[in-house]
Design a protein around this ligand. Structure first.
Ligand SMILES: Nc1ncnc2c1ncn2[C@@H]1O[C@H](COP(=O)(O)OP(=O)(O)OP(=O)(O)O)[C@@H](O)[C@H]1O
Length: 855
């Protein structure tokens, strides 16, 4: 182009010379006409030039559009083939993974396996074979497992709901498979990575959201929201499950964060794991005591070939099924084990009904099945990984797990197929797989060509080609707190539950969520709107610092046990446990929870509350990627800000309380008080309260005194020795904080990030497990006449009514509530518990988890 422009200038002398010769002929008209010719000439060439460029651009655009259509077509074909392939494999695919024997376990295991079968040696002559889609031998790697889940990830991109869950006896490697270790990451990180990779390769624009929750003791808990670590912390909005008009399951108030890459997911995942509590059990030193559920939602607008605009995948690490008798769980561990078994049993029932193609599928029988309703069965892709132990002592549980998995496997396949049919099917599947590979290669080529053309286009125009549908895309909010549906009580799942599904006293007691209490005389309002009166006390126990702590957290840790009592429901107390900053004081906290802001220091409840409000407000705003870090740091600050507040309005104007009030305002520093002062303060406060308000630990202390009066220690020991209770090696655990663990995953992640190995030292022998009274000299002073040795332990048990799992209370075999229990009633309660533990008494759950599984 430059050459054409410079030519007239080069030719100028010559032109002038020739013009000079024609001087006589040059009239003004002539000059004008020559000028016009030159002018027209130059404008024509410019237009021509522009035309040729725009033609080029147009042809690129046309090519791109054609390629887009082609890729869409290829996507459609791929989806159809994949779907056919997965249909042949079964909507519910079941894998079995056999845990390797430990180095010290040299015995020949009774479980053998090949790539599709698990053979159980029941006796010398009797063997039972279980058939699965794939069996992972003890020496199989994480890679082997991941390879098998790839089709499921692809079907998520195609718009199908999916669910991958790990099932099995406690300690058999569910968390290992789902989370993995730093050097061998498991399904969760790799599935999410795989999802992002697929999204990157796609020609569509996807929006990905991440949520994480756990089902603990039958209640949903949002793991991306710091939970109320103390009774008067802002209470996170309760999560409730409902189905939308299209039957998709939604969870109201569940934090749903937009994520742009795997790193963001990784941070959230870490945060979620931090909010999860695991505990040490006889079977697993870091046992998951809940079901951990990760939801990744995928939205793609304008992709007609996808099954639906928004779909999701659930990645679930189920709590371990366990025989309570075998694990010898007591107190809280016992309750947790029962809750896990109950929901697994409900899952088994759903699977059973799906398999039998029953018209009614009992999804409503547990929160777990309600949440997974649209991801189990129907046209969703489900992958179950059953984990078994090869050890002889676990044979019974292994058979239960295998039977459970076999029922699931039969969901789609129906009757057993003949070998011939199976071979035919496998040939078809092989063919489909080849077709899919071919289409994927072609698709990859088309996508590469599209990328190159896009680059060329960008060079000319300065912006990439935009496909029409993409232009229409709406940028979604970064945070989507699922908006509450207009209050239509009859539509809410929780309201139409059969009564046994409604939150029980125990579930409310433990989670603090779902606080639906019958109105009482004093006029009850929902907990979220008004917690009329909250009294709480907290005892903090120091926890030995481990290497993990020192590496990732500069603060010390302690385990705090807090108890709060709400006026609305005197029988309910919410016990929460948290890992917290180090303190070893006995701290008394009394507060009235009011809607008005509590003026406390940094990280106070007020701030947290207002942040939660902002959180919801933000849902209405569009956010860009940079917002993520803000939210992330907020989430972090939430988990780090652990403080206690004291509301002076609730304190009677006694000198003690004035000092207490003072202590509370001293920027949350805890006032050390002696045991007697402590009791006096409790009593003062108790007197000032309405008669319905109870402070449970005070009661417990009082009852300890009462018992001391009722009978001597010798008499009591004598009676108790007649009822051997193998589980009670310590004072009942429900009275004390659980052994809080860094959960497996965060441990792994943090190890990876900080390069430290987790020290297994603070597990069972953690100071947090040492009975409270032994650790607290102040409390010890309170009870000078009680021996602080193991003779105290059975006494704790005598208060069976207080410490028994709340579900036992429903039996009401101990006499009327509200009356002071006599010693005989306490002994009866103890007997009841023992008989229950030995399996002689049914607790009224209907079916025990293990019964029926071996049918
Ligand atoms: N396939 C495996 N290879 C190596 N180690 C394994 C394997 N499976 C499990 N483990 C190890 O066994 C221990 C218990 O595993 P894990 O915590 O995953 O069990 P779990 O089934 O999740 O237990 P729970 O139900 O109590 O949470 C862990 O230390 C884990 O690393």
């Amino acid at each position: 182009m430059e050459r054409t422009r410079s030519k007239p200038i080069r030719d100028l002398p010559e032109t002038i010379h020739s013009l000079l010769g024609l001087k006589s002929h040059m009239t003004s008209d002539w000059v004008k006409s020559v000028c016009n010719i030159v002018k027209n000439n130059s404008s024509t060439s410019k237009e021509e030039e522009d035309d040729s460029v725009s033609t080029d651009l147009q042809s690129i655009r046309d090519k791109l559009s054609a390629l887009t259509v082609q890729v869409n077509d290829q996507n459609k074909q791929r989806r159809q083939i994949l779907n056919e392939f997965l249909d042949l494999k079964g909507n519910m695919r079941v894998f079995c993974r056999v845990k390797p024997l430990g180095a010290s376990e040299k015995l020949r295991p009774p479980v053998a396996s090949d790539t599709r079968n698990v053979i159980i040696k029941l006796s010398e002559t009797k063997r039972k074979t279980y058939n699965f889609d794939r069996v992972f031998q003890p020496d199989s790697s994480q890679d082997d497992v991941i390879l098998e889940i790839e089709p499921v990830i692809k079907s998520v991109i195609d718009g199908y709901n999916a669910c991958i869950f790990a099932y099995g006896q406690t300690g058999t490697g569910k968390t290992y498979t789902m989370e993995g270790l730093p050097n061998s990451p498991g399904i969760v990180p790799r599935a999410i990575k795989g999802l992002f990779k697929q999204v990157e390769e796609s020609n569509h624009k996807f929006l990905i959201h991440f949520s994480m929750l756990e089902i603990y003791m039958g209640n949903l808990k949002d793991l991306l929201l710091s939970q109320a670590t103390k009774p008067i912390s802002p209470i996170p909005p309760s999560l409730s499950i409902h189905a939308d008009a299209s039957g998709e399951i939604e969870i109201d108030n569940l934090v749903n964060l937009k994520v742009d890459d795997f790193n963001q997911v990784f941070k959230l995942y870490k945060e979620g794991c931090r909010n999860r509590a695991t505990a040490s059990t006889n079977s697993n030193s870091a046992s998951s005591r809940s079901h951990c559920m990760i939801r990744v939602s995928v939205t793609c607008l304008g992709a007609s070939e996808r099954r639906r605009e928004t779909n999701k995948i659930w990645l679930v690490d189920l709590g371990g099924s366990e025989r309570v008798l075998k694990t010898r769980a007591t107190g809280r561990r016992f309750d947790e084990g029962k809750a896990i078994n109950l929901s697994l049993s409900a899952l088994g029932d759903v699977i059973n009904s799906l398999q039998r193609k029953n018209s009614h599928i009992p999804y409503r029988n547990s929160k777990l099945t309600q949440v997974l309703k649209d991801s189990l069965g129907q046209d969703s892709k489900t992958l179950m990984l059953v984990h078994i132990s090869p050890k002889e002592e676990d044979l019974c549980e292994t058979i239960c797990s295998l039977n459970f998995a076999t029922r699931a496997k039969n969901i789609h396949l129906g009757q057993d197929e003949s070998t011939e049919e199976q071979q035919k099917k496998e040939a078809v599947m092989m063919n489909l797989q080849k077709m899919m590979e071919k289409i994927e290669q072609e698709r990859e080529m088309s996508l590469r060509e599209m990328r190159n053309l896009n680059k060329t286009l960008e060079k000319f125009t300065g912006k990439p080609h935009v496909i029409e549908e993409e232009e229409k895309d709406v940028i979604r909010e970064e945070i989507q707190v699922t908006p509450k549906k207009p209050k239509n009580k009859s539509r809410r799942a929780s309201d139409v539950f059969p009564s046994f599904m409604r939150p029980t006293a125990s579930s409310r007691r433990l989670s603090g969520a779902d606080f639906s209490v019958t109105p009482n005389a004093s006029g009850y309002k929902s907990r979220r709107n008004s917690m009329i009166s909250v009294r709480a006390e907290s005892v903090r126990l120091p926890v030995k610092k481990n290497r993990y702590d020192s590496a990732c957290d500069s603060s010390d840790r302690s385990v705090s046990k807090s108890t709060c009592v709400m006026r609305q429901n005197t029988s309910d107390d919410a016990t929460v446990y948290s890992q917290d900053i180090s303190e070893c004081d006995i701290k008394l906290v009394v507060s009235e929870h009011k809607p008005k802001a509590l003026q406390m220091g940094p990280g106070s409840a007020t701030k947290s509350r207002s942040k939660i409000c902002n959180f919801e407000k933000d849902a209405a705003q569009k956010m860009d990627g940079t917002e993520f870090s803000r939210i992330n740091s907020w989430l972090r600050s939430q988990s780090e800000n652990r403080s206690y507040v004291l509301d002076k309005d609730q304190l009677p104007a006694t000198p003690q309380n004035r000092s207490l009030e003072k202590s509370s305002t001293q920027s949350l520093t805890t006032e050390k008080i002696t045991g007697n002062e402590f009791l006096e303060k409790l009593e003062d406060i108790e007197e000032s309260k309405t008669d319905e308000t109870v402070v449970k630990p005070t009661q417990m202390l009082k009852k300890l005194f009462e018992l001391q009066c009722l009978c001597s220690a010798e008499e009591e020991d004598q009676i108790l020795s007649r009822f051997p209770n193998p589980g009670y090696e310590d004072v009942d655990e429900s009275l004390y904080p659980p052994v809080l663990e860094n959960d497996g995953f965060s441990q792994h992640i943090d190890n990876e990030w900080f390069g430290v190995n987790h020290s297994a030292a603070w597990e069972r022998d953690s100071p947090a497990t040492i009975p409270l009274l032994e650790r607290e000299p102040d409390l010890k002073q309170l009870l000078p006449e009680l021996a602080f040795d193991h003779s105290l332990k059975p006494r704790g048990l005598a208060f069976a009514e207080d410490v028994a799992p709340p579900l036992l209370r429903a039996q009401e075999t101990l006499g009327e509530r509200g009356k002071a229990p006599t010693f005989m009633q306490k002994v009866q309660a103890l007997c009841f518990r023992i008989l229950l533990g030995l399996g002689f008494i049914d607790v009224g759950y209907g079916n025990d988890f293990f019964s029926g599984l071996t049918k």
